[in-house]
Design a protein around this ligand. Structure first.
Ligand code: SAM
Ligand code: CA
Length: 244
């Protein structure tokens, strides 16, 4: 791993590399063979617009976008939620996967970045599926949990926001997701930093959030209410299927 300090190709030294694969060539192969040729035009456009934004490290990678799109179709998702929108790449991949009357409750503290992607989402003809709410997710989730009618009402929830709140989100989302529904927690391999030695040179934000991601992974691994699968797609995504 980059974080062990071993000699590695330059790209893997970067925090925020878009894949945990240890071969850039293999990752590039996946993108060029299976992802880019099938990437819907609006997603390509949004990816290119986002690449020019200073915080582009936050965007969902194209291979993960493809994964989410297929997953949503496989589970026939209709009512979904996304926490952490940024410019909307994962949101658009979700919106394109849902049926015409599908819904996404999209939460983010920053509307400005959402508005970068919005014209592309509108042009793609899927904006009517999105209910964007600006503000911190936690208070809104608390309100929702207080409304028992919303319990078990979501088919899929993608969590890609403040990692120090993931466990707080989980406590609430477990009531809102239906039995058999799926919650996806993103970045659960946290740039590979989870297995880095204590003295590894990590960026400040990577070091800060690492302990929260470690705690989350431990908690999900023993949570009897969900079946889980942690996939090394993108920066790691843990799928949790609610079973009770
Ligand atoms: N899924 C997005 C994509 O595909 O581009 C990337 C999301 S980005 C990694 C994380 C987002 O979480 C940021 O846009 C940030 O504004 C948002 N965020 C941070 N703290 C939040 C909070 N407490 N509630 C809601 N959104 C939050
Ligand atoms: Ca992410």
């Amino acid at each position: 791993m980059a974080t062990t300090g071993e000699a590695q190709p330059a790209k893997h030294q970067e925090v925020g590399h878009k894949s945990l694969l240890q071969s850039d060539a293999l990752y590039q192969y996946i993108l060029e063979t299976s992802v880019y040729p099938r990437e819907p035009q609006p997603m390509k456009e949004l990816r290119e617009v986002t690449a020019k934004h200073p915080w582009n490290l936050m965007t969902t990678s194209a291979d993960e976008g493809q994964f989410l799109n297929l997953l949503l179709k496989l589970i026939n998702a209709k009512n979904t939620m996304e926490i952490g929108v940024y410019t909307g790449y994962s949101l658009l991949s979700t919106a394109l996967a849902l049926p015409e009357d599908g819904k996404i409750l999209a939460l983010d503290i920053n509307r400005e970045n959402y508005e970068i992607g919005l014209p592309i989402i509108e042009k793609a003809g899927v904006a009517h599926k999105i209910d964007f709410r600006e503000g911190p997710a936690l208070p809104l989730l608390d309100e929702m949990v207080n409304d028992v009618k919303l319990h078990g009402s979501f088919d899929f929830i993608f969590v890609d926001a403040d990692k120090d709140n993931y466990l707080n989100y989980h406590k609430r989302l477990i009531d809102l997701i239906k039995i058999g529904g799926v919650i996806g927690y993103d970045n659960t391999l946290w740039n590979g930093s989870l297995v880095a030695p204590p003295d590894a040179p990590l960026r400040k934000y990577v070091r800060y959030y690492r302990d929260f991601v470690l705690e989350l992974n431990k908690a999900l691994a023993v949570d009897p209410r969900v079946e889980i699968c942690q996939l090394p797609v993108g920066d790691g995504i843990t799928l949790c299927r609610r079973i009770s």
